[in-house]
Design a protein around this ligand. Structure first.
Ligand code: ADP
Ligand code: ZN
Ligand code: ZN
Length: 843
């Protein structure tokens, strides 16, 4: 359970004008000379921070941002030094501060500005500061570090002499016999204060190593052009000249990537080296998780007038050295990536650093490839797919200023840059920026916060901006940059909607029209994508004759079908009805649960087109490492005729020969029980459509649906974002959903359904009483509690309660007070409570 004791300042990351970091620490605390006390955040689920005394002699090396070892409830735990209070008098006295045991880092792990960022995150997401910091650091440092004790020359000298005390003798002897002794082992055998007094006396030393991961320096062969030995190359073979020209262009390049680019380069390199054109050397490198992604040469195209205009505006922002937020709204294929690249060039020129966030690393090899080509050697990456060793190395490269660009998934927002000048969030509308466990942050929102703290440029890029981002652009909090044409004037695909209510036959997957189009595309040798959205599938009931779906009269979200009992439930407000036998709209008796899977689609396609090469990309086919890329490469090399896939294929791939995209069912996302379902549908359809016709040949998109008249489907056909945006905003305003309010979801789960339901009920009662008792400004509203759409997950029964608030601050205060209540009253045992601030899905 997470409880957070004090919220200092909370506000909306995307809408608030300026950051107000009035935390209870003062700059002079940091500068304080004769430090006597240190405020420590421990990496445990505890909201409070604690004060410790700094023993004399130990204080020299202690800086803000260093880890310290502290005694805590009879244990020794790692904490982070976050302030040096001059005097503890202004702080509530407990039983007097205990001394810290040790300083674990000579070089601090984070600076003041980063700390301000951590504090913001902690306050806003109601998550303990120590755990926020812990999560922001590479796991190699946090959990897997181990301390090894060894003797110093002074210690060994003492041992040789006959002066050591009995204590010193025993400990030093034991350590010498052991070689390097793990600290835990030492403190098990000897009292820890004895160990530390030996350390303080300079007789032993303790160093950090990574446990469980072998972190060894790696080496690499590098090929370098020898400018000073410029010679006639007429006698070389054509291939030899080509390779040489390339090396000259690159100035230097790793041997491995050269060999990937040119077959048989190894032999040529040898010859070029012998003749003195180039030099080959081996040097120590950092592990490079991006090394096998180098794709081709860097084209560096001439910018189009529209790109140029957008870039100029961004450059003004960069040069201003002030917080400058932009929304780059550019249709698919309009050349946003090139703008990112040029903007970063400028930032780097200015001696500052850049973070590029992408929704999912494994799905964006092309984008990453482009960054590597342009900025080889200076790009680092951070994401969860890295090994601990890789993560640790990358983190250090960033911290030590060896890399000045980070490209990564959401966790890269915590990259430890000290001169951050720009944050780019590509496909900012993507839900994968939200972390759905532990600290439930949204990296897109945090990008705005961090950019503001660093006076940096923020670029949110998307072809289908989130409503929040667009709302900010309209309100002129973000500067709007528009790219409304595809590169080289390539046309957008034509989109057709198929009304599935008119299709004959039960359980039909492919309409006549889509089947026909697939056959034709196959006949002329072009490629097709078939898309089926299955993310977070919740079951709903639909009438196949008229398309009717049950909605909650209060909340306007689809009712969820719960299999046990013939019930339909609104999981926002708990409204429930029994499933009727006939469709309330057209009296059809065929009303039934809706469901199709990718496997069934693939099967059907194989049956219909036995000669076609069919492939499938979904969770099941991409379990193994690199399987994503293998499937995508097969499409790229034109081996695959038809690719069936889930939302994985909707994202930014660039396949020039795909000319047909079929959407099997737009209803799956449209009837998702969430107030954002229309927005999601619009985004998804527009993104999928963007996969068609990216090459020379124009594309076609066919969308199958039971709701052909729905505005998100109509407007994705017309690719009219502005019209969609206006319509959707009206709906949000009417029901008081974000961006006109804020939500916090409080989820309860327990292994017993009874206990979970009862706890939820209690929390609802307390919450409603609190609303009545106190005034939290206006507009705190409680929805539920109700069962979560997935009531049972991994053996846990889940209930939830949504708190809606017009303003962020009162909403946060309310939730904190409610948390305080549950903490007081619950025996806590067995009931788990999770707080989700700004939830993006309430499954
Ligand atoms: P977006 O990210 O906006 O969907 P991309 O950045 O993928 O679009 O650009 C689409 C294609 O156009 C890419 O193949 C890219 O290399 C190319 N491109 C971008 N800018 C230019 C330009 N100025 N001239 C020629 N080609 C360009
Ligand atoms: Zn009907
Ligand atoms: Zn409801």
């Amino acid at each position: 359970m997470h409880f957070f004791g004090r919220v200092v300042k909370s506000f909306s990351p995307l809408t608030k004008e300026r950051v107000d970091v009035s935390f209870p620490f003062r700059m002079k605390d940091v500068e304080f000379e004769g430090k006597r006390f240190v405020e420590v955040a421990v990496g445990l689920p505890i909201a409070k921070t604690f004060y410790y005394e700094i023993p004399s002699g130990l204080g020299e090396g202690l800086r803000l941002g260093s880890r310290v070892l502290v005694p805590f409830k009879g244990r020794k735990v790692t904490g982070y030094a976050i302030a040096f209070p001059a005097d503890l008098a202004d702080y509530p006295k407990s039983d007097g501060p205990k001394p810290i045991l040790d300083i674990l880092d000579e070089r601090p792990l984070f600076d003041n500005r980063m700390l301000a960022f951590y504090r913001w995150v902690s306050d806003y997401y109601l998550y303990p500061l120590g755990q926020v910091i812990k999560g922001g650091l590479p796991p190699g440092i946090n959990v897997e570090s181990q301390q090894l004790v060894s003797t110093t020359p002074k210690g060994r000298a003492l041992l040789e002499s006959d002066k050591p005390t009995q204590e010193e003798l025993t400990i030093l002897r034991a350590i010498v016999d052991h070689g390097e002794m793990p600290l835990e082992k030492g403190t098990k055998r000897f009292p820890h204060w004895q160990m530390y007094s030996l350390k303080r006396a300079g007789l032993i030393q303790i160093k950090q190593v990574l446990k469980g991961v072998r972190v060894k320096p790696k080496r690499e062969k590098v090929v370098k052009y020898r400018e000073e030995r410029r010679m006639e190359d007429g006698h070389l073979s054509p291939k030899g000249r080509e390779v040489l020209a390339f090396i000259r262009e690159m100035d230097e390049i790793s041997h491995a990537s050269l060999c990937r680019k040119f077959k048989g380069a190894s032999r040529i390199v040898k010859k070029l080296n012998e003749e003195g054109f180039i030099s080959v050397e081996t040097r120590r490198i950092y592990r490079d998780p991006l090394s096998d992604l180098i794709t081709g040469e860097d084209l560096r195209p001439e910018l189009t007038p529209k790109q140029l205009k957008a870039l100029q505006t961004i450059v003004e922002g960069i040069d201003s050295l002030r917080f400058s937020p932009f929304l780059l709204y550019g249709i698919t294929g309009s050349g946003k990536t090139e703008i990112y690249l040029r903007a970063i060039e400028r930032v780097v020129e200015k001696g500052r650093q850049a973070i590029v966030l992408v929704p999912e690393i494994s799905l964006t090899p092309q984008l990453i490839g482009q960054f590597l080509e342009r900025f080889s050697g200076r790009v680092a990456t951070l994401h969860s797919g890295l090994s601990s060793g890789e993560r640790y190395d990358e983190w250090r490269r960033i911290r030590e200023g060896k890399a000045n660009i980070v490209i990564g998934a959401r966790s890269a927002i915590f990259a430890p840059f000290e001169r951050l000048g720009m944050i780019i969030v590509d496909e900012e509308h993507e839900t994968s920026y939200k972390q759905e466990e532990k600290l439930r942050y949204n990296a897109r929102d945090l990008a705005a916060v961090r950019a503001r703290l660093c006076e940096a440029v923020l670029i949110l890029g998307s072809a289908t901006p989130s409503l929040e981002a667009f709302h900010n652009a309209v309100a002129e909090k973000f500067r709007l940059l528009e790219l409304d044409e595809r590169i080289e004037g390539r046309p957008l695909p034509s989109v057709e909607i198929v009304d599935m209510r008119r299709e004959e036959g039960k359980g039909i997957i492919l309409s006549e029209k889509l089947r026909h189009a697939l056959g034709e595309n196959l006949a002329i040798g072009r490629q097709s994508l078939l898309f089926l959205n299955r993310r977070g599938f919740a079951s709903f009931i639909q009438c196949p004759d008229c398309g009717f779906v049950f909605k909650c009269p209060n909340c306007s979200v689809s009712l969820t079908h719960h299999f046990r009992g013939k019930k339909l439930i609104c999981h926002y407000c708990n409204y429930a009805i029994m499933i009727p036998d006939l469709c309330p709209n057209c009296q059809s008796y065929r009303i039934r649960p809706f469901g199709i899977g990718t496997e069934r689609v693939e099967e059907e396609i194989r049956k219909l087109f036995p000669k076609a090469t069919v492939d499938r990309m979904d969770k099941d086919t991409t379990r193994r490492k690199r399987s994503h890329q293998r499937i995508l490469n097969k499409v790229k090399s034109r081996e695959t005729d038809i690719l069936v896939g889930t939302q994985m294929i909707a994202k930014g791939h660039d396949f020039p020969d795909v000319t047909l995209v079929g959407v099997i069912s737009a209803d799956l996302s449209l009837n998702f029980p969430d107030f954002r379902s229309s927005e999601r549908t619009f985004q998804l359809l527009t993104q999928v459509a963007g996969r068609a016709g990216r090459g020379m040949n124009p594309g076609t998109v066919i969308i199958q649906t039971f709701n052909p008249d729905h505005y998100s489907i109509q407007m994705s056909r017309d690719q009219d974002f502005t019209k969609f945006y206006r319509e959707e905003l009206r709906f949000r305003k009417e029901l008081g959903y974000p961006p006109f309010s804020r939500l916090i979801n409080m989820r309860i789960d327990a292994t017993s359904q009874k206990r979970s339901a009862k706890a939820a009920e209690e929390m609802g009662e307390w919450g409603r009483r609190l609303v009545k008792m106190r005034s939290y400004g206006t507009g705190i509203e409680i929805l539920g509690p109700s069962p979560a759409p997935l009531v049972k997950l991994k053996g846990k029964y889940r209930y939830q309660m949504l708190i809606k608030g017009k303003q962020v601050n009162p909403l946060h205060r309310f939730v904190e007070e409610l948390l305080g209540e549950t903490k007081k009253r619950w025996p806590a045992r067995g009931i788990n409570l999770t707080i989700d601030v700004d939830p993006i899905t309430v499954m």
